[in-house]
Design a protein around this ligand. Sequence first.
Ligand SMILES: [Zn+2]
Length: 408
Amino acid sequence: MLVFEAKLEGTKQQYDRLDEAIRTARFVRNSCIRYWMENQGVGRYELSAYCAVLAKEFPWAGQLNSMARQASAERAWRAISRFYDNCKKAKPGKKGFPRFKKHQTHGSVEYKTTGWKLSQDRRTIDFTDGFAAGSFKLWGTRNLHFYQLKQIKRVRVVRRADGYYCQFCIECERREQRELTGKTVGIDVGLTHFYTDSNGHTVDNPRHLRKSEKTLKRLARKLSRTQLGSKNRIKARNRLSRKHLKVSRQRKDFAIKQALCAVQSNDLVAYEDLQVRNMVKNKKLSKSISDAAWSAFRWWLEYFGKVFGVATVAVSPHYTSQRCSNCGAIVKKSLSQRTHRCPDCGHVQDRDWNAAINILELALRTVGHTGTNASGDIDLCIGGETPQCKSSRRKRKLQEQSLESPSF
Ligand SMILES: [Zn+2]
């Protein structure tokens, strides 16, 4: 699955209709959850049957495309089944009991194969269900001409702080060719550097959040000074959430680029199987850890590993930083000790570098026996890295006019 995203350009009235569709989708999802809570033994099929009941009972809910209603019910079911799964596996901590969704800035509605129509030149999309949002211009860098219409399995309308986006989920397995490099690498993620690899190469941490923290705080302060329910409050809230959106995009972009780089230049990438969720519980470091976006980095590593046919191995993080990479002795050290000094063999090395070598070694040991631990559960459909350089809106427009070169 690939996901291409484009911004929707339309009028205020059209956006209002999209809002209605999004609200209805949320209503269907929440109703399904309630139906499940109030009736015992309700499963997937009961929920999708319940959609028709809802549409009959509430005429405005019936305006939403029937397959989009089904998709909302499926979402509800996904939340429920995840909860069941967590209970069955006796996952530590919270089990994630399904909750009702509230109205938020972000929201989405998912269409399947009906309720929308792409124009002949695939530059505009028309929403044709009961809400009749009409046609929107598509702003994006991806070329939809490259794929068959029937490959588009889902179309999602996503509302964010800075506008409405349309995501196309395209059924297509992405496979890219690359030449074997004969190189293997171990990666140790950290806070001083984003990561250190087993060759001693380091990548700095961009700390997007820290950089924007001042602005974010100022915007948050401004928001708190506005009057409840006023127009200025809405504006201030929007400004703040746009800034947050920007930080999260920067972070994602960075993670993607680093992961792509690591995968393209190696035949095997090893990293620690970190439980970021537990580490974030450390109050002092949580913000820096979340800001470092390791989970996203790992997710993209595994994704690109699949695309490029590179082995990605997650190794258990026990003793990776304590063991001496030269002689194997365990050298205890605290978090603040940045260099590894071995009393047994006298080996001196940067702490993270030492750990990265250990990670690589562990990975090479396990690969021969058990196969890769990772890349089992990555069929989530977020695909496509951002282009290397951002072209301006005008440039993009020019590019869009020339149809010849598929940009993917
Ligand atoms: Zn040693």
